[in-house]
Ligand binder design. Structure first.
Ligand code: GLA
Length: 324
């Protein structure tokens, strides 16, 4: 299908194609820029890309979701346009010594945008992988994920952590990625066959770069300055007590980072041992912490989570950056 979209648009066959999944995070929210652990898993939904290289600095992109052809250039800046992630990834690859000087690109996605399941990470990682494959390079998936995060941080201007890029670059459906975001050490854990995972869209959309994610990141930066180090998730109980002179909202943010990391460590052990009742309880606690301490949930999502819990879910929580 992706080959057909490419050929119908550009004529010749693409040089490389690839598929990158979206992700859903099981637990460990807003820990990935605070030195903590996360536990995401890949979805079966994702992004397909087909690319042929160019040499003239032009980038032409056809999407199955948007009308027309996006005409961009290798030296473009971000333009608040859906094609930015592909342009940024092609620029990043080129600046890193691999990838073509321009490209024709077709992209198809089964991931809803702005739904907290990493459509942007899938597009960016997928484009970088295609650029790698086009030029016969051998960057590891971790290296690709690090570059993809740089595209988000430096080109798009979204100060995200590394979770989404690592999740979509490394895990497969049915496997959770237990990732230490400080060291990038990871392990893959099979999800149990005794339980089903349902990902429910609230219908309330958000755009991460709207600014509220940035505000939480800045609040964490303020706590880091008071602590004297960057690893909010790894602070000791004594260090947490020492924050008592800070503004009450900053103390709540710090308490979320600390408790969420500890819950993620416990949940990882519970998942490995298939103790799913314990795992579900930690998911429920994670939601309460995001609602009360990090204050990133919205009423529609709180209501969905409460319903899921009431109707018998082993555990339920919001997933992703929040605010939708
Ligand atoms: C978004 C960001 C991630 C992470 C989550 C919250 O998905 O892209 O880096 O911070 O929010 O856990």
């Amino acid at each position: 299908m992706i080959k057909a979209l490419f050929q119908n648009t550009f004529g010749p066959a693409p040089s490389v194609t690839g598929f990158t999944p979206g992700r859903v995070n099981l637990i460990g929210e807003h820990t990935d820029y605070n030195g903590g652990w996360v536990l995401p898993t890949a979805l079966t939904l994702g992004v397909s890309l087909a690319i042929a290289p160019r040499t003239d600095g032009r980038i032409r992109i056809r999407s199955d979701k948007f009308e027309g052809l996006a005409e961009r250039r290798m030296d473009d800046r971000a333009a608040d346009h859906w094609s930015d992630y592909i342009v940024g990834a092609l620029q990043r690859a080129r600046a890193d010594g691999f990838g073509p000087n321009g490209a024709d690109v077709a992209v198809m996605t089964t991931l809803p945008f702005g739904a907290g399941i990493s459509s942007s990470a899938a597009v960016t990682v997928g484009t970088l992988r295609c650029a790698r494959d086009l030029t016969d390079q051998n960057q590891s998936n971790t290296e690709i994920a690090v570059l993809a995060r740089q595209v988000e941080n430096d080109f798009i201007g979204m100060p995200c952590g590394i979770m989404d890029q690592m999740a979509v670059a490394i895990s497969s459906p049915g496997q959770a990625l237990s990732l230490d975001t400080k060291t990038l050490d990871y392990a893959l854990i099979d999800l149990p066959e005794t339980h089903h995972m349902a990902v429910i869209h609230s219908g309330v959309f958000r755009q991460l770069n709207e600014g509220r994610y940035k505000i939480r990141k800045e609040e964490c930066d303020a706590v880091k300055a008071a602590l004297g180090h960057d690893d909010l998730c790894l602070m000791s109980d004594a260090e947490f007590e020492g924050l008592s002179t800070l503004d009450a909202s900053l103390i709540r943010r710090a308490r979320h980072a600390l408790s969420e990391h500890r819950r993620t460590v416990l949940a990882t052990a519970a998942l490995k041992a298939k103790r799913m009742t314990e795992f579900g309880g930690l998911m429920n606690d994670s939601h309460a912490s995001m609602r009360d301490d990090f204050e990133i949930t919205v009423p529609a999502v709180d209501a969905l989570v409460a319903d899921a819990q009431r109707f018998g879910a082993t555990g339920a929580r919001m997933t992703g950056g929040g605010f939708g």
